[in-house]
Write a protein that binds this ligand. Structure first.
Ligand SMILES: NC(=O)c1ccc[n+]([C@@H]2O[C@H](COP(=O)([O-])OP(=O)(O)OC[C@H]3O[C@@H](n4cnc5c(N)ncnc54)[C@H](O)[C@@H]3O)[C@@H](O)[C@H]2O)c1
Length: 281
C-alpha cells in the first residue's frame, strides 16, 4: 500500500485556540487523520468533544500571551509524546469595527500582544523542539484583512498585526528551511461556525457581541439567499464568488495540507481561503 501523505498516525499537532470556531475545525480535521492533537486554548469548549480518530485529544489550558504558560504546555507535550510535528498558530482576534481614531492604548496593546507576541512566542518555543528533531511544520492563521485594504479597513490594527505574520512567515521559512522546518500561512475570509455551540467561552462570538452569534449569521445568510439578493452575511455587503459562508473545516483542510508531507516542497506561502474574495495578482 502506498504511504498516505495526509495520514497523521503517530504525529503530534498543537492547535492554539482550538476549543471553538476555526480552531475546532482544524482540530477535527487532524483528529480524523489519527493525529495526537493538543488543544492550547485559554478557554473551555462549549461542547464536549473526544478524538475522532486513533490519536489522543488533549486539552492543555494555555494563554499564548504568557510565555511561562506556553513553556509549561510545550514541556508537557514533550514529556507525554516526545515530539511536535506541527504547530497551528490559530489563536488571535481583533476588535471588530474599530477604526484607528477610536482605539485606546489598551486596545493597541492587547491586539499586538495577542496576535504578534503570542504567535512569536509560541513559534519560538515550538521551533526549538522542531530543530532538535530536524523537521516540523508551522502554519500561521492570518486574515484576508491583511491581504486587502477594503477587507481590513474596519480594524486596521488587526489587519496590520496579521500582515506582520505574513512577513514573519516568509522570513522564518527562508531561515528554517535548511533545518527541515516549513512555515506557511492560511488567510481566512469570513468564517462562521455551524452553530453557537461550536464556539468557546473565549471566542469573539461570545466576548464581542458586535458580530452577533453564529446562529444569527447563519439565519441572515439563509434569508438573504432565499430573497435572491445574493447573500449578506452579518459583516459583509456581498458574498464572495463561491457564494457561500466559509466554515471552520475549510481552514482546517488548508492547514492539513501545509502541515502534511503532501506539502513537503512548499514553504513561505500564504493561501487565501475565502471563497475567492481575494485573488492575488
Ligand atoms: N472567523 C473569521 O471570519 C476569521 C477571519 C479571518 C481570520 N480569522 C482568524 O482565525 C483565527 C481563529 O478565529 P475564530 O473566528 O475561530 O475566533 P474565535 O474567537 O471564535 O476563537 C479563538 C479561540 O482562541 C482562543 N484564545 C483567544 N485568546 C487566547 C490566548 N491568549 N491564548 C490561548 N487561546 C486564546 C479563544 O478562547 C478561542 O477559543 C484567529 O486568528 C482569527 O484572527 C478569523
Amino acid at each position: 500500500m502506498e504511504r498516505d501523505d495526509l495520514d497523521f498516525t503517530g504525529k503530534v499537532v498543537i492547535v492554539t485556540g482550538g476549543n471553538g470556531g476555526i480552531g475546532q475545525g482544524i482540530v477535527d480535521v487532524f483528529s480524523e487523520r489519527n493525529a495526537h492533537v493538543v488543544v492550547a486554548d485559554f478557554a473551555a469548549s462549549l461542547n464536549s468533544r473526544g478524538s475522532l480518530g486513533t490519536g489522543e485529544l488533549v486539552d492543555i489550558r494555555t494563554d499564548i500571551t504568557d510565555r511561562k504558560s506556553i513553556d509549561a504546555m510545550v514541556a508537557q507535550v514533550i514529556a507525554r509524546f516526545g515530539r511536535i510535528d506541527a504547530l497551528i498558530n490559530n489563536a488571535g482576534r481583533g476588535e471588530g469595527m474599530k477604526r484607528l481614531p477610536d482605539v485606546t492604548q489598551d486596545t493597541i496593546d492587547w491586539i499586538l500582544d495577542l496576535n504578534i507576541n503570542g504567535t512569536v512566542n509560541m513559534t519560538q518555543a515550538v521551533v526549538a523542539e522542531m530543530r532538535r528533531a530536524g523537521s516540523g511544520s508551522v502554519v500561521n492563521i492570518t486574515s484576508a484583512a491583511a491581504l486587502s485594504g477594503p477587507a481590513g479597513k474596519n480594524d486596521p490594527l488587526y489587519a496590520g498585526a496579521k500582515g506582520f505574520l505574513h512577513a514573519f512567515t516568509k522570513a522564518l521559512a527562508a531561515d528554517l528551511g535548511p533545518a527541515g522546518i516549513r512555515v506557511n500561512s492560511v488567510a481566512p475570509g469570513w468564517i462562521v461556525p455551524e452553530s453557537n455551540e461550536a464556539t468557546s467561552q473565549g471566542s469573539f462570538w461570545n466576548v464581542m457581541p458586535i458580530m452577533g452569534k453564529p446562529d444569527q449569521a447563519n439565519a441572515a445568510h439563509e434569508e438573504a439567499l432565499a430573497s435572491g439578493f445574493g447573500g449578506a452575511p452579518t459583516n459583509q455587503s456581498d458574498l464572495p464568488p463561491l457564494r457561500k459562508l466559509g466554515r471552520p473545516r475549510d481552514i482546517g483542510y488548508a492547514c492539513l495540507y501545509f502541515a502534511s508531507d503532501a506539502a513537503a516542497y512548499s514553504t513561505g506561502q500564504v493561501l487565501a481561503v475565502g471563497g475567492g474574495g481575494y485573488m492575488p495578482g
